[in-house]
Design a protein around this ligand. Structure first.
Ligand code: COA
Length: 274
């Protein structure tokens, strides 16, 4: 079936919120707040209406992305950038190219509209396929100076990130009060809180991989999303083969994580230590 991309219309609002809730439920806690974020973004000053886009399959909205204005604040001053999110594809239609189609279309459109760069917090092994690189490579950090691979940046035009250094700040609309989230969520059909999947539900990775995950504060499988495979590979006792074992084991449980195509080392790959 053909994917159709178009601007979101008011008649899509509730459907988009419903699919956002479905896609994010249980991802970073028992429930989620992204459906309220989508709801609030549409009326926020930072909202970019031209980049509020839905994906339709057979006339049904199954995907959505929304962009907002953000800032990088550093010694050289304040730099306007775009950010995006939530990016959502309904769980029944994930891995069919819909997220990719939404990203490619809206990034091209953002450049055409004259925006220069995008900075985002997101799945660190998903967005590099669209050209995103860790923010640290450009001197872009989270507030407080922290760097991690889930903070990524992309220049939309040549030189779009030149001189853009400092701390990334999203619009305050991203800060949601849990009571507001609960009240908004109560307007949707009741949904059981998701139960986090304990690490020992995984079969396959060596014990050292579990130890490394625990020592980095990962106590449930869903929390692995915070880290890129490069970060996990760099942890003591993991390495490329441990990260690969983890990726395969997660995939067997329906959790897509990591960058594929890293072969297990063979005997020939292993350089004898002296
Ligand atoms: C993440 C999401 C937007 C991707 O959209 P999609 O339509 O499912 O993805 P696409 O079909 O464009 O791309 C599929 C590929 O991306 C990979 N991928 C998807 N999520 C990934 C992740 N978190 N980490 C690494 N790779 C990921 C898939 O494994 C697949 O790879 P393959 O082609 O090698 O098999 C979608 O799965 C989604 O809505 N997830 C729930 C909400 C969410 O996490 N949103 C993004 C928050 S940053």
């Amino acid at each position: 079936m053909t994917i159709t991309l178009r601007r979101e219309e008011p008649s899509d609002h509730r459907r988009v919120e419903v699919l956002t809730r479905e896609a994010f439920w249980g991802m970073s806690g028992p429930r989620c707040d992204e459906h309220l974020l989508v709801h609030r973004l549409r009326t926020a000053d930072c909202f970019v209406p031209e980049l509020d886009v839905v994906a339709e399959l057979g006339g049904v909205v199954v995907g959505h992305v929304v962009y907002s204005r953000a800032r990088v604040v550093g010694p050289g001053g304040e730099h306007p950038v775009l950010t995006f999110g939530p990016l959502t594809v309904h769980p029944a239609h994930q891995s069919d190219g819909i997220g990719g189609a939404l990203m490619k279309h809206t990034l091209a459109e953002a450049g055409r509209l004259g925006h220069r760069a995008v900075v985002v917090y997101g799945h660190p092994d998903y967005y590099p396929r669209f050209g995103f690189r860790p923010g640290a490579e450009f001197g872009i950090t989270a507030p407080g100076g922290r760097t991690f691979d889930a903070l990524m940046a992309l220049a939309l035009v040549p030189g779009g990130l030149d001189g853009v250094r400092g701390e990334f700040h999203e619009d305050p609309v991203f800060q949601l009060d849990p009571d507001d989230v609960a009240a908004f969520d109560a307007t949707f059909p009741a949904k059981e809180p998701a139960v986090p999947t304990p690490l020992d539900a995984l079969d396959g990775p060596a014990p050292a991989v579990f130890d490394a995950l625990r020592s980095h504060g990962v106590s449930a499988l869903e929390q692995v999303y915070r880290f890129s495979s490069a970060e996990v590979e760099g942890w003591d006792g993991v390495g490329p083969s441990g990260a690969d074992e983890l990726r395969h084991a997660l995939r067997e449980r329906g959790i897509r994580w990591g960058a594929p195509g890293r072969p297990h080392p063979t005997a020939e790959d292993v350089t004898p230590s002296r």
